[in-house]
Design a protein around this ligand. Structure first.
Ligand code: UDP
Length: 264
């Protein structure tokens, strides 16, 4: 949810509701200006965080209260998935464009005019360090002040969870990039947003992998054609085939139900 105080003096003026999720009606440029604005001012009463829904999130959102709560407390919800932008148009609630997390973060780095201190949380051991090297080489105003790769399942163990929070808190930073996969990253940030010292956090999926050159994004034509999911399934079929099969079945039903509701 964009809270009014979060968007005061920001160029974002409205949300739409899609499949129950509030999504900012914003362009990439305005979203970048908003989040850099947060990073350049005093932290509010908690760390503001950004979530980036795709079709899989829309499906998860229907069945999980904890995921819905994490979304509802987010300060900014950006349409990551092309099918969400298409759905917004079909339903007459037009989103101006896709603002994918993996494009948004490089755009943010490119746009900062002062030093931006960043912490990278997540990805396999060593990957975030490589991402840090590449980020600092490419965007000299960005300083990666720390990285941490928590062990798999850390969030189910209180000790590991605390250790992760301490590792993040030990480094002074403006922006926390969290690449733990959904819904883990959204749940973790929502749970700890009052303790995190960052001014803003972005739930970023595989962005750290992409920045490290460890995984490749789909070619531009596939992204434009809304086929990024196909590229992902082909590169990780064992992990993702079941998920995308479910989404391919459920998402059209969600769209149909929403369209019926909007015409009644
Ligand atoms: N990841 C992690 N810890 C975990 C699970 C996943 O750091 O316990 C990282 C993983 O290494 C990858 C990212 O989270 O960098 C997953 O990104 P992706 O967008 O593929 O996840 P999804 O949200 O699609 O499951």
């Amino acid at each position: 949810m964009i809270r009014l105080s979060d968007t005061e003096n920001s160029p974002i003026d409205a949300n739409i509701t899609l499949f129950g999720m509030r999504i900012a009606r914003t362009t990439m440029q305005n979203a970048v200006t908003t989040v850099l604005g947060w990073c350049e001012t005093e932290r509010g009463e908690s760390c503001r965080y950004v979530v980036t829904p795709n079709t899989d999130h829309a499906v998860l959102f229907q069945g999980r209260d904890d995921f819905r709560d994490a979304y509802n407390s987010a300060s900014l919800v950006l349409a990551d998935g092309t099918p969400l932008v298409w759905a917004s148009r079909i339903l007459g609630r037009k989103l101006p464009e896709r603002v994918a997390g993996s494009d948004f973060i490089p755009a943010l780095f490119a746009a900062t005019t002062s030093t931006l201190r960043v912490f990278l949380l997540g990805a396999a051991p060593g990957i975030a360090d490589e991402a840090a090297r590449r980020i600092e080489r490419r965007w000299p105003r960005v300083q990666v002040v720390g990285t941490y790769a928590p062990p798999v399942g850390f969030d189910n163990h209180a000790d590991e969870d605390r250790r992760t929070l301490s590792a993040v808190s030990a480094a002074q930073h403006d922006l926390l990039i969290v690449g733990l996969g959904a819904p883990r990253q959204e749940l973790w940030v929502a749970k700890h947003c009052h303790e995190l010292s960052a001014k803003a956090a972005i739930c970023a999926g595989a962005t750290i992998d992409f920045l490290a050159g460890y995984r490749r994004r789909s070619p531009l034509w596939m992204r434009r054609a809304g086929l990024e999911w196909l590229h992902r399934v082909c590169s990780q079929p064992r992990r993702l085939a079941g998920r995308y099969l479910r989404d391919a079945f459920v998402f059209p039903q969600l769209l149909w139900q929403e369209w019926r509701r909007s015409t009644m």
